[in-house]
Structures are given as structure tokens and as C-alpha cells.
Design a protein around this ligand. Structure first.
Ligand SMILES: NC(=O)c1ccc[n+]([C@@H]2O[C@H](COP(=O)([O-])OP(=O)(O)OC[C@H]3O[C@@H](n4cnc5c(N)ncnc54)[C@H](OP(=O)(O)O)[C@@H]3O)[C@@H](O)[C@H]2O)c1
Length: 279
């Protein structure tokens, strides 16, 4: 279990990933540099962006500002981006990757994900990711929004097992079955929208647990993820919330509290269902 923002979990290819990272979904490009730089100054070491967010340029600027302000080196950070996968050919995938790298101003990515599986849409794209990985342009490759059957389809041809699957997960969607399956394949689960985009912060069970620990509901949820060994990316544009979302290493939930939070599951999604989201 991680014990700080800088603590890393070892992935199936030996790469080490910070367990709790900062996401930049829905942040306009012009605002992103300030958010990313503030995040690095607040101690975040993993920054999660994507081609479709349209803010890789701002993310890159924020990385440079954050490194200058803290004296950290590039390799102290873990940068993720994602391919907007729309039945891309091998060559289109390589072009999209290079474009992301250029926008970010980086010469390698730590992690590159296929953003959505689509309907049998990912084979050529994944083959391209494997070659970029072998060429050293990406330290680790993975997927996002893959259900068990997508992972099974991928396993039929993949030579490199994805290191992780980034999926929607929060107390209303705890992804128990997917987590169990992924564990048997040594694929980590990384939660997106862990706070259900802020829509679960008034839930009474969570409020009661938070009051007991004198913590916020957001902190309780993030702590639950850390204790159930789910990696996560959380988003805030506010430095005080970034700090508070990172103050989750000084308390522990009991087994009973963990079970109470597990029981809030309703298989409810705030985002699209991967099986109904083809593009
Ligand atoms: N792979 C995918 O398909 C996918 C999809 C969605 C998201 N993601 C990734 O996952 C990251 C996180 O998901 P998300 O941004 O959708 O949702 P989230 O992290 O669950 O929630 C973010 C929302 O909660 C608010 N918030 C954050 N901390 C808070 C706190 N302590 N108290 C009260 N409100 C708080 C934020 O507002 P403020 O910013 O105003 O503080 C924002 O509105 C994204 O940024 C992105 O990197 C990936």
C-alpha cells in the first residue's frame, strides 16, 4: 500500500507508478499549465492527460514550470497520455503518439493508453503501441475502459501485456469483477473519476465515516482506493483541494468501514458504458 504521493507501485514490466496522480480532464488548455505546475509543487508526481482533452500543450508547459520551481528532474515525474482510438491504423497511431509527444514537449511518455476499446477497434493501435514501447518511446503501455471481454480479445494477439486498465471507479461502481479478473493477469486497475466527479460527496454513509476520522468525504474515498490497492487519478484545479486530496496517508479505514463503502456499489456510471460507446 502506498504511503505518500511519491510512493510507487511496481507494474508487470518493472515500471514503477505513483499510486495517486493528478488528472487534467476538462481543464482548458490555457489554464492547464498553472494547474499542472501547482500540482507538482503540491507533491503530485503523476500527471494524467489525453489527446482528446486538448490540453497536452498546457500540460507540457506546466511540467516545465513545475520542474523549474521544484528542482525535480523529468524522470521524477510520471506522465500519462491516451490515444483517442477510432479504428486507427498502425501509421495513424504512430502519428497521433508523436503529435502528443510534440505537444507535451517530451521525448518519452511513462504510460500511453488506448482511451476506449470501441467495437473491435484496438488491434492495429495496440500493435503500434507495442512497437513504440519496444523502441523506448513509452515506458509502459496500457488500456482504458476495457471490460473483461476486451481484455480477453486483446490477449489473443498482444505480445506485451498491458500494465494497467484505467476505468471509471468510485463507491457507486467498485469494479469488483474486473479487479478480480485483472489481478489474475497482473494488470493493475487505475480509477478515473474516483470522486464520481464530485457527485458523491454528500452520501450519508461516507459522511459518517468522514466525521469519525475528522476527514472529508473525498479523503475517505481516496483512502478506500489506496487500501483496496486501486491506483487512482483525481482532478482538482484548486491548490487547496489538491493538498487536501493528498492528505490521505495519516489515517486508516477499518475493515468494517471498507466493507461499508464496498456495499455502496450500484454499478452506476457517470461516464459512458464501454460496451455502448463506439465511435
Ligand atoms: N480514461 C478515461 O476515459 C477517463 C475519463 C474521465 C476521467 N479520466 C481521468 O481521471 C481524472 C479524474 O476524473 P474526473 O476529473 O472525471 O473526476 P474526479 O477526480 O472524480 O472529480 C473531479 C471533480 O471533483 C471536484 N473535486 C476534486 N477534489 C475535491 C474535493 N476535495 N472536494 C470537493 N470537490 C472536489 C473537482 O472540482 P475542482 O476542479 O473545481 O476542484 C471536479 O469537479 C481526470 O481528470 C482524467 O485525468 C479518465
Amino acid at each position: 500500500m502506498i504511503t505518500s504521493l511519491n510512493d510507487r507501485i511496481t507494474l508487470n514490466n518493472g515500471t514503477k507508478i505513483p499510486g495517486l496522480g493528478l488528472g487534467v480532464f476538462q481543464i482548458p488548455d490555457a489554464d492547464t499549465a498553472a494547474v499542472v505546475s501547482a500540482g507538482i509543487k503540491a507533491g503530485y508526481r503523476l500527471i494524467d492527460t489525453a489527446q482528446i482533452y486538448g490540453n497536452e500543450t498546457g500540460t507540457g508547459a506546466g511540467i516545465r514550470q513545475g520542474l523549474a520551481a521544484t528542482g525535480l528532474k523529468r524522470e521524477d515525474l510520471f506522465i500519462t497520455s491516451k490515444l483517442w482510438n477510432n479504428h486507427l491504423t498502425y501509421d495513424q497511431t504512430i502519428t497521433a503518439f508523436n503529435d502528443s509527444l510534440t505537444k507535451l514537449g517530451l521525448d518519452y511518455l511513462d504510460l500511453y493508453l488506448i482511451h476506449w476499446p470501441g467495437d473491435h477497434a484496438f488491434k492495429d493501435a495496440y500493435l503500434a503501441l507495442q512497437d513504440l514501447y519496444h523502441a523506448g518511446k513509452i515506458k509502459a503501455i496500457g488500456v482504458s475502459n476495457f471490460d473483461i471481454h476486451h481484455l480477453e480479445e486483446l490477449a489473443e494477439f498482444a505480445e506485451v501485456t498491458p500494465v494497467l486498465n484505467q476505468v471509471e471507479s468510485h463507491p457507486r461502481l467498485n469494479q469488483a469483477a474486473l479487479r478480480e479478473y485483472a489481478a489474475t493477469k497482473d494488470i493493475k486497475i487505475q480509477a478515473w473519476s474516483p470522486l464520481m466527479q464530485g457527485q458523491i460527496l454528500k452520501e450519508p454513509t461516507l459522511q459518517a465515516i468522514a466525521a469519525k476520522h475528522q476527514k472529508s468525504v473525498a479523503q475517505v474515498i481516496l483512502r478506500w482506493d489506496i487500501q483496496r490497492e486501486v491506483l487512482l487519478v483525481v482532478k482538482s484545479v484548486h491548490p487547496e483541494r489538491m493538498a487536501s486530496n493528498a492528505a490521505v496517508f495519516d489515517f486508516s479505514l477499518t475493515a468494517a468501514e471498507m466493507a461499508q463503502i464496498d456495499a455502496l456499489n450500484q454499478n452506476f456510471r457517470v461516464g459512458p458504458n464501454p460496451d455502448q460507446f463506439d465511435f
